[in-house]
Ligand binder design. Structure first.
Ligand code: ATP
Length: 362
């Protein structure tokens, strides 16, 4: 079925989501989000790096966002925390319209710690001169929490990520291993008990053992604390292990969204099909994946320079299944609550077409 916007809705009934919380209140709702960085030379905004993005995350849910380097994953997270120039659309965090806040309200919103952003590189994002206890306690100090309560909550947060506050609280980042630094970042992110946690490539710099540990921690945190988590990654296998839903970004546009197991086993969008095909050791059995996250290699490569028409589907110039309408009509936007893809001629209509078609450039 194709909607008037060119959006394809999968005719199969959606699978029930095991971890769906009992409430329908969304921790994050993004609609029609567009972001454009200012031009380096000259005035005004440059070309949009995100266009018309729609997303939702409910409490206790993990949404995985995947895409090639430069597809806009970090920009999406930065826009949610107010660090990227939004030029269109709406962002709601825990029911608060962030774009509608006045200066002082926005400052209070940020200080409250209701949304936390774990940066990509823990070594560079942690102040090298602060101790672990101070690093983890800092967001609480900013939120105005009293010193005595701070100390208890820092110990609790460190305990949750498997670090001993007495043993490690006095160390500085340079005295920690990579895995420990990432866990300090995680403790710092959860210490304010956020409704929403944005984790940008949380495991890309870690070895397999630490990667699995951090992924398991994220899984525990959403279960125990009900925190909604957005995990950004270019590694499909990391997401396969923990994400309830996956959103696929290509050149600043979402091209597919849906429950993880379905998206991986039966991708609708040709780009998603290429991603899954390039992760050969990805387990197709969701039960197996949950037990063994992080087993396959990352999807590599950068999207080539734009070679399509402005009004075309964003993937048309690389797509092995593209037809004439793909070069003249945008693919639309996949709906957050559904299993859908922005594609005129989805892979499901003939699953083996992609296998037989010439491979797109990667
Ligand atoms: N501060 C900035 N000013 C101008 N352009 C930027 C800025 N930050 C990012 N971009 C551009 O926006 C696009 C998306 O970048 P972004 O970092 O969001 O991608 P990404 O998918 O997170 O990539 P990676 O996986 O490499 O981190 C890229 O073309 C990038 O060059």
């Amino acid at each position: 079925m194709t909607t008037t916007t060119g959006r394809l809705i999968d005719p199969a009934p959606p699978a029930p989501e095991k971890t769906a919380p009992p409430t329908d209140r969304r921790a994050l709702s993004v609609s029609g989000l567009s972001v454009a960085y200012p031009r380096r030379h000259g005035r005004g905004a440059g070309e949009s790096v995100l266009r018309g993005v729609d997303l939702e995350v409910t409490p206790g849910q993990i949404l995985g966002v995947i895409g090639e380097t430069g597809s806009g994953k970090t920009t999406l997270a930065r826009a949610v925390v107010g660090l990227a120039p939004v030029v269109g659309g709406r962002i709601e965090v825990a029911g608060i319209d962030v774009g509608g806040l006045r200066k002082r309200e926005l400052r209070d919103h940020r200080r409250s710690g209701v949304v936390q952003y774990m940066f990509q590189d823990p070594l560079r994002s942690l102040d090298p001169d602060l101790t672990v206890a101070d690093l983890v306690g800092e967001p609480l100090a900013v939120a105005g929490v009293e010193r005595a309560e701070r100390r208890a909550r820092v110990a609790e947060a460190l305990g949750r990520v498997g670090l001993d506050a007495d043993a490690l609280g006095g160390r500085i980042p340079a005295q920690l291993s990579g895995g420990q630094r990432q866990r300090v970042s995680l403790a710092r992110a959860i210490v304010t008990r956020p409704a929403l946690l944005l984790a940008d490539e949380p495991v890309s710099a870690l070895d397999a053992s630490n990667r699995n540990h951090v992924l398991r921690l994220l899984d525990e945190l959403r279960r125990d604390l009900g925190v909604a988590v957005v995990v950004i990654s270019h590694d499909l296998s990391s997401l396969a292990g923990i994400a309830d839903r996956i959103a696929v970004l290509y050149r600043g546009r979402l091209v597919e969204q849906g429950p993880t197991a379905e998206v991986l086993a039966r991708p609708l969008h040709p780009y998603t099909a290429l991603l899954t095909a390039s992760a050969p050791r990805l387990d197709r059995d969701p039960a197996v994946r949950r037990d063994r996250p992080g087993r396959s290699g990352p999807v590599s490569g950068e999207a080539p320079a734009w070679a399509g028409e402005p009004g075309a589907c964003v993937f048309a110039h690389r797509c092995p299944l593209a037809e004439a309408d793909c070069r003249t009509q945008p693919g639309g936007s996949p709906h957050p609550g559904e299993r859908s893809a922005a594609c005129h001629h989805p892979v499901t209509t003939s699953a083996d077409r992609l296998a037989r078609a010439p491979r797109a450039t990667t």
